[in-house]
Unconditional design. Structure first.
Length: 186
């Protein structure tokens, strides 16, 4: 196993150093081959496969390919849930990434604490992502507290999405930023 793992490990280490510009140094066909090779070498629960999946999320996001990124984001959520049972920041942030990508695929704009709706809002997408953000918020609140910026940002984004979805039947603003008071909880 070490013989198979070592070359992949060093490849991922190099990728870590270049993470902010993945789309400029990694051609798409290489990314596809990399995932195929990783799937052949390592089980879904292997840490190195998860690291590659996280890089591929960033890679496809940089290309503007949210659907492809979402495939890998879902894998990252599953990995974190299995490997880190209970509350985990890694799982929470994986959930947030998954929620953001679901919204982008549905045409939403997403920022750190706000959501911009497309012309029409799909209620099923709203329900799904509100649930995903709620799960992430619950973990971050338990880990860091209700006043911490990690919790506040995801709570605000979740509440902004709720407001957009609730107001969908009314004439509502397309961009909602929720600035709830820290003592307010869900």
């Amino acid at each position: 196993m070490i013989d198979q793992e070592a070359p992949q490990y060093w490849c991922v280490q190099e990728w870590d150093r270049k993470v902010n510009n993945a789309a400029t140094y990694l051609p798409q066909d290489t990314a596809l081959r990399l995932e195929k090779n990783m799937a052949g070498l390592f089980a879904d629960g292997h840490w190195l496969r998860d690291r590659v999946a996280r890089h591929l999320v960033s890679f496809y996001e940089a290309l503007g390919a949210a659907e492809e990124a979402l495939t890998f984001a879902r894998r990252c959520v599953d990995f974190a849930a299995k490997v880190y049972p209970g509350f985990s920041a890694l799982h929470a942030w994986s959930l947030e990434t998954q929620g953001d990508l679901i919204l982008r695929v549905a045409g939403f704009g997403v920022g750190p604490d706000h959501v911009e709706a497309p012309g029409s809002v799909d209620a099923s997408v709203c329900r799904e992502v509100t649930g995903v953000y709620s799960e992430a918020a619950e973990a971050l609140r338990a880990l860091f507290g209700a006043d911490h910026e990690f919790y506040v940002a995801i709570r605000d984004k979740r509440d902004a999405l709720r407001e957009l979805c609730t107001a969908n039947g009314r004439q509502s603003p397309k961009d909602v930023t929720n600035r709830a008071k820290p003592e307010e909880t869900w």
